[in-house]
Design a protein around this ligand. Structure first.
Ligand code: ZN
Length: 155
């Protein structure tokens, strides 16, 4: 079990140091800003959602702790090719995973490969003060999906 935990930490540290999809996307049609005042994590999320409601691109910029950066990095990888409905479903599952409220059975609806990646954050629930770090990206995703086709600001 401790080996498994070490592996999880390795994945999180890797994404925290070398975040994937870390760039501004000028072609994004959905975006949202996320801020976690408890830790100081902040990020800007960029999505390209096509007419069929499928997430074609996901990227982000910002600064935060290893957990928030890794969580956002891995989220942008997982989102590509997902429908909006699937993305919202992932939000729910991730939230359940982190808060420890995860009804068994419902997870069957998800791709096992996705669950494998998300599960590295399961240990976060033992550290309540880091829960917001891990879920910030996902709350920002929800805000971006709820926003209707807005151009990326040029600020
Ligand atoms: Zn943080």
């Amino acid at each position: 079990m401790s080996d498994l935990r070490d592996l999880y930490q390795e994945v999180i540290l890797d994404h925290g140091k070398r975040p994937r999809n870390f760039r501004k996307d000028e072609s994004a049609n959905r975006q949202a800003r996320g801020y976690n005042p408890l830790c100081g994590d902040q990020l800007q999320l960029y999505l390209q959602v096509d007419a069929g409601g499928i997430v074609r691109e996901a990227s982000f910029q910002g600064s935060g702790c290893a957990i928030s950066t890794a969580s956002t990095s891995m989220m942008t990888q997982i989102l590509k090719g997902k429908t909006e409905a699937e993305a919202r479903e992932l939000f729910d599952k991730f939230h359940e995973l982190i808060t420890g409220e995860r009804p068994s059975g419902r997870l069957d609806q998800l791709d096992p490969a996705d669950l494998g990646k998300l599960s590295v954050f399961a240990g976060v629930k033992e550290f309540p003060n880091r829960v917001k770090c891990a879920t910030l990206a996902w709350h920002t995703l929800k805000a971006a999906l709820d926003a209707k086709d807005e151009p990326v600001s040029t600020e």
